[in-house]
Ligand binder design. Structure first.
Ligand SMILES: NC(=O)c1ccc[n+]([C@@H]2O[C@H](COP(=O)([O-])OP(=O)(O)OC[C@H]3O[C@@H](n4cnc5c(N)ncnc54)[C@H](OP(=O)(O)O)[C@@H]3O)[C@@H](O)[C@H]2O)c1
Length: 235
């Protein structure tokens, strides 16, 4: 299968790209600014290309998908993984910061979904997987923008699943637990400890587990519009 993983220069996206590559899928490794990281990921995958683009930019996203189609002639899997977080109390969160988080975490997946859906509709096959978050269902102090973007992503996931199901395009979301990626480590230590304490296993989540789950999901059919919780915190 031909897979595109946004934000696979590092963190969870990298783990997903590597796991798909290990299963002999062709993988488009995508980055925004970290070209070296993307090249490193791609080097570990037999059949890969590296593509750059800002998911907030609708025109740029179209070019990015076009380069995958130009290379391999199809696209079977899109993982909307790229994301950002900005931590601040709601009363100090500026409109600009709020918009930036929404544009990256919500409009980005919308732009990407629109760009790949046309190709997948012709193929009558495809998987779109959105990476959501525990914060999107439970909310979290200091994360109003992030939590809002991830909550809204659930709505996008289910609505897209309704519209695309007739073309055998499955749209699902996955909630990884708290991972020690760059994003996870940016939170204050108290928040990290809280996540571990709230988890039944008293541990961080490993990106590799989410990556393995996604490898399973892309080989299923008839499972769509679902939000899979891979955390050990109770929702
Ligand atoms: N870490 C956690 O505990 C956790 C928990 C639940 C859900 N998640 C979700 O998992 C996903 C991956 O998170 P992570 O922890 O791996 O984060 P990360 O280590 O900070 O990596 C973020 C990735 O997103 C890319 N990116 C950021 N802004 C972008 C933009 N405007 N356009 C295109 N790409 C952009 C980055 O590209 P560059 O490297 O080029 O900058 C990078 O590859 C996110 O959606 C996040 O919300 C994370």
């Amino acid at each position: 299968m031909v897979c595109l993983v946004t934000g696979s220069s590092r963190g969870l996206g990298k783990s997903i790209a590597l796991a798909l590559g290990k299963r002999n899928h062709r993988v488009a490794v995508h980055y925004h600014e970290n070209r070296d990281g993307a090249l490193k990921t791609a080097k570990e995958i037999d059949n890969s290309i590296v593509i750059q683009g800002d998911v907030r930019n609708n025109d740029g996203v179209k070019d990015l998908v076009k380069s995958v189609i130009d290379t391999w002639g199809r696209i079977d899997v899109l993982v909307n993984n790229a994301g950002i977080t900005e931590e601040s109390l709601l009363i100090s969160t500026s409109g600009e910061v709020f918009a930036d988080v929404m544009n990256t975490n919500l409009k980005g997946p919308m732009n990407m979904t629109k760009a790949v859906a046309r190709h997948m509709m012709k193929q009558k096959r495809g998987h779109i997987i959105n990476i959501s978050s525990y914060a999107g269902t439970k909310g979290k102090q200091g994360l109003s923008a992030y939590a809002s973007s991830k909550a809204a992503l659930a709505g996008l996931t289910r609505s897209a699943a309704f519209e695309l199901g007739r073309y055998d395009i499955m749209v699902n979301a996955v909630l990884p637990g708290y991972m020690k990626t760059d994003m996870g480590l940016r939170s204050n230590v108290k928040a990290q400890e809280q996540a571990v304490n709230d988890s039944i296993t008293k541990s961080f989540s490993e990106p590799e587990n989410t990556a393995e789950f996604i490898c399973y999901l892309v080989n299923t059919s008839g499972i769509t519009a679902q939000i899979f919780n891979l955390d050990s915190r109770i929702l």
